[in-house]
Design a protein around this ligand. Sequence first.
Ligand SMILES: N[C@@H](CCC(=O)N[C@@H](CS)C(=O)NCC(=O)O)C(=O)O
Length: 224
Amino acid sequence: MIDLYTAPTPNGYKVSIALEEMQLPYTVHTVDLRAGEQKKPAFLRISPNGRIPAIVDRDEGDFAVFESGAILLYLAEKCGRFLPADRRGRSLVIQWLMFQMGGIGPMMGQANVWYRYWNETYQPAIDRYQNEVKRLFGVLDSHLKGRQFLTNELSIADIANWAWVRIYDWSGIDIKPFPHLQRWVERLNERPAFHRGINQPAAEYEQEDKATSFVKGARNMLTK
Ligand SMILES: N[C@@H](CCC(=O)N[C@@H](CS)C(=O)NCC(=O)O)C(=O)O
């Protein structure tokens, strides 16, 4: 059994989607980010960086893993799926996983903050991060032309990138100029496991009436 410490955010959803696709039994523990639970000593013992997601594998002597990319690799190795065994296939998946961890995630995260969370508008920062997100989307779009997945088969790289790219509008980005990427987002959206994953726990920001209070909470958290 896996204990998943998470919150309704793209980094958290990467892990719940993976657990659903892998059909590994898990228990969700929602960490209240606005209340600062992620910085409490008990949580820091599991996740030294004070951020979600983190897992504890009860079948492996309570082994804890933090950093979403590391968690995806751990789970893929545990279940023997979504990460090929051959060196080249494995490297390709890891390349696109790192592309998400070092590019899509941090840049979309910054675009979200500057575009949506501050009361004030600082246009140069909005432009910088939105332009970088568009550039990264262009890379994904070209790569996905004629492909169903980022590599030969569905992998943890698709899961990681999809969890972020799907909320492009939170970064103020239009996906229409990226038709191959848009089709990939829509195709993966049809997978029942992906749907279950993005409801563990359910996201407030996807419900129109709750989105405003989510933004306010996020802004307060960032200014603490
Ligand atoms: N590189 C980390 C990033 C984790 C991260 O930024 N988590 C955010 C939620 S998406 C968080 O816990 N924020 C709370 C905080 O910064 O205090 C990963 O991929 O796991």
